[in-house]
Design a protein around this ligand. Structure first.
Ligand SMILES: NC(=O)c1ccc[n+]([C@@H]2O[C@H](COP(=O)([O-])OP(=O)(O)OC[C@H]3O[C@@H](n4cnc5c(N)ncnc54)[C@H](O)[C@@H]3O)[C@@H](O)[C@H]2O)c1
Length: 349
């Protein structure tokens, strides 16, 4: 098929091959070049996809006039330089999560993309899953009532990263899901965490985020857990969600459970003492969710955005929002959980 969007991919380690495969499997894009420093990885790419050109020098991708867009799947510390160079070369960019290491860098990329009318998208993969889309629909339609809390656990015996702590690796997923589903911005963050290997970044962390209207969120991430848990609870005044991403099919369960208050808390103190909390239990519902590979949906959205000059769902501002929270959480963690105020409006989010 003619008029396919021509993609170059930088980084063919763990995640890069998933990008290449999903682009190639679509009928709307082709991958013409892959770059990695490691020749053995390039050999793997070439063996699997003989038509792809490979190079150890990513400049070859920037200067290739046939390439429309570049996907960057390299370590976090390299995202900014590579994405900026790609934008300056006039290419649309899909950059891995987290977008950059600092908010200043994220803002600079947004500025460059806007100046050149190029698409800048961040790979917040979970946002494109059927389960997360469904959770957002339930929150937006007020099915859950007022949202009281967001609580997630993402732990396993994970790959220890050397350049970033566990927040910048695992919590990015939870923060991007939370940001997309709640559609509300936290005003403060507190985080604690610790490293159990001398000289290495923190491998376990707990973040608490405070939102307007009595909404609180807590995220627990850990690379040193004996079991794998990927579970999120969202509690509302009417209903509550349990999202278990390890469930093969019934990933979401909606509980019609809650409490009822009998008595008026504004009455005199004695009456408050007598106020009764009642429990309400109703049906449990398992909604149908789209089970398509999220990365396929996401990459087709990237192609749509390029073709129709649309703003991506996970655009530079979505990436910036997460980097801002991660930066504040890291600062709080250095000070043993000291509350750090977030002014997201200040950075244009
Ligand atoms: N969206 C997701 O669910 C998801 C999952 C895993 C990783 N990631 C992200 O993907 C990125 C890469 O992670 P990974 O686990 O694949 O890392 P990795 O170390 O396995 O692979 C990165 C590769 O990039 C190559 N590289 C680095 N700089 C380069 C350059 N200038 N030119 C060419 N090649 C270069 C390295 O040689 C390496 O092979 C990270 O940002 C990570 O957060 C995202």
């Amino acid at each position: 098929m003619e008029n396919k969007i021509n993609i170059g991919v930088i980084g063919y380690g763990y995640w890069g091959p998933n990008l290449v495969r999903n682009f190639i499997e679509s009928s709307r894009a082709k991958v013409s070049m892959v770059s990695d420093f490691k020749t053995e990885l390039l050999l793997k790419a070439k063996t699997r996809y003989p038509a792809i050109e490979v190079t150890t020098d990513c400049q070859d991708i920037f200067t290739n006039p046939n390439i429309d867009a570049i996907a960057i799947a390299t370590p976090v510390s390299t995202h900014f330089d590579l994405a900026l160079a790609a934008l300056k070369a006039g290419k649309h960019v899909l950059v891995e999560k987290p977008m950059t290491v600092t908010t200043d860098q994220a803002l600079r990329l947004i500025e460059e993309a806007e100046k050149r009318n190029l698409v800048l998208m961040v790979d917040h993969t979970f946002v494109y899953t059927g389960a997360v889309q469904k959770m957002r629909d339930l929150v937006v339609s007020q099915e859950l009532g007022d949202i009281y809390y967001y609580d997630s656990v993402r732990v396993n015996l994970g790959l220890f990263q050397h350049d970033v702590n566990v927040l910048w690796d695992l919590a990015v997923h939870d923060l991007s899901i939370m940001d997309y589903v709640l559609q509300s911005q936290p005003y403060a963050v507190s985080a604690t965490g610790i490293s159990h290997i001398s000289g290495e970044p923190e491998n376990i962390a707990y973040i608490t985020l405070f939102f307007p209207r009595n909404l609180i969120a807590h995220i627990h991430v850990n690379w040193l857990a004996p079991v794998k848990i990927r579970r999120t609870l969202i509690g509302g005044s009417q209903k509550m969600i349990v999202f278990d991403d390890l469930e093969p099919s019934e990933k979401l369960k909606i509980y019609d459970k809650g409490i009822t208050l009998n008595g008026n808390p504004n009455d005199n103190a004695e009456k408050v003492y007598q106020m009764l909390i009642g429990y309400r239990t109703g049906d449990i519902w398992v909604p149908k969710v789209e089970m398509k590979e999220a990365l396929q949906t996401e990459l087709m959205h990237f192609i749509d955005c390029i073709e129709q000059s649309k703003r991506p769902m996970t655009d530079g501002y979505a990436g910036l929002q997460i980097v801002k929270i991660l930066e504040a959480a890291t600062c709080s963690m250095k000070n043993q959980g000291q509350l750090v105020k977030l002014n997201l409006a200040e950075v244009g989010v």
